[in-house]
Ligand binder design. Structure first.
Ligand SMILES: NC(=O)c1ccc[n+]([C@@H]2O[C@H](COP(=O)([O-])OP(=O)(O)OC[C@H]3O[C@@H](n4cnc5c(N)ncnc54)[C@H](OP(=O)(O)O)[C@@H]3O)[C@@H](O)[C@H]2O)c1
Length: 246
């Protein structure tokens, strides 16, 4: 796909991987729709993108609310006339051991990491189907491949995203020409780790201090790679680890 004048809706665009991806794709000529709950951060990002000559639209969106997604899609269609790419990136990772029964955090992870992805697909699919083209990118994780301490629920949400992506691809790619990619990063330097409230896990995380993690731009480049292939090529998974992470 040539990204020039393509319309890309990105969730979780207010920070980390989503922000870096919005900047990268806007610099490649895409019109980006910036979705998250933190409107001020999204407006700042829109300003940065426009200063660099790019195009961006801000739509405050909570991915757990299907109506917010519907509004994001309708605002996008009003502004740009179509949607070519959905990047389901919003997520959180409040790790804890199961025996602590932090059930409110389990529910939040299911709501954002899994249901948020489903809500996004439900909102954009009618447009992509009508166009008989498009690309859905879901941000899964290396957690879909390996359990790590306190990650039982988080890993479960991320393998759900990976398997849902494969199901989507099988149903949508041959029939409608809609490509689907699951991105599965190891540790990336973002604020995701700040969603952890459990003291035991925070202590364990100190073991990772000093490790060279991936940068958000590394994931933005991986997403750009998947998107910029010819239409005949579906990049199913990009499993990408920091060299220093075992
Ligand atoms: N960092 C890593 O090591 C790593 C590794 C593998 C996979 N990932 C995945 O990468 C994705 C992005 O995370 P990140 O590392 O870039 O972390 P981040 O900087 O904390 O970004 C998380 C983003 O998700 C958004 N978000 C959270 N809840 C939301 C909701 N209910 N509705 C809309 N947006 C919501 C946040 O925006 P608001 O708070 O403004 O809504 C924020 O923009 C996540 O899916 C994460 O699981 C990260």
């Amino acid at each position: 796909m040539d990204l020039k004048n393509k319309v890309v809706l990105i969730t979780g665009a207010s920070s980390g991987i989503g922000k870096a991806t919005a900047m990268k794709l806007a610099s490649e000529g895409a019109s980006v729709v910036l979705c998250a709950r933190s409107e001020d951060e999204l407006k700042d990002l829109k300003g940065e993108i426009e200063n660099d000559g790019g195009k961006a639209l801000v739509v405050k969106t909570d991915v757990t609310k299907p109506d917010d997604f519907k509004n994001a899609v309708s605002r996008t269609l009003d502004e740009y006339g179509s949607i070519d790419v959905l990047i389901n990136n919003a997520g959180l990772m409040p790790l804890s051991y199961v025996e602590k029964l932090k059930t409110d955090e389990w529910e939040k992870m299911v709501d954002v990491n899994i249901k948020g992805v489903l809500n996004g697909v439900a909102a954009v699919l009618p447009t992509l189907r009508k166009n008989k083209s498009g690309h859905i990118i879901n941000i899964s994780s290396s957690a879909a491949h390996n359990y790590f301490p306190g990650g039982a629920v988080y890993c479960a949400t991320k393998i759900a995203v990976k398997m849902f992506s494969e199901g989507l691809r099988k149903e949508l790619a041959p029939e409608y020409g809609i490509n689907v990619t699951s991105i599965e990063p190891g540790a990336v330097d973002t604020s995701l780790f700040e969603t952890i409230t459990d003291d035991d896990i925070k202590e364990k995380m100190k073991g990772m201090e000093g490790m060279t993690t991936l940068e958000t731009e590394d994931i933005a480049n991986a997403i750009f790679y998947a998107l910029s292939q010819p239409d005949r090529v579906n990049v199913n998974d990009v499993y990408i680890m920091p060299t220093e992470q075992g």
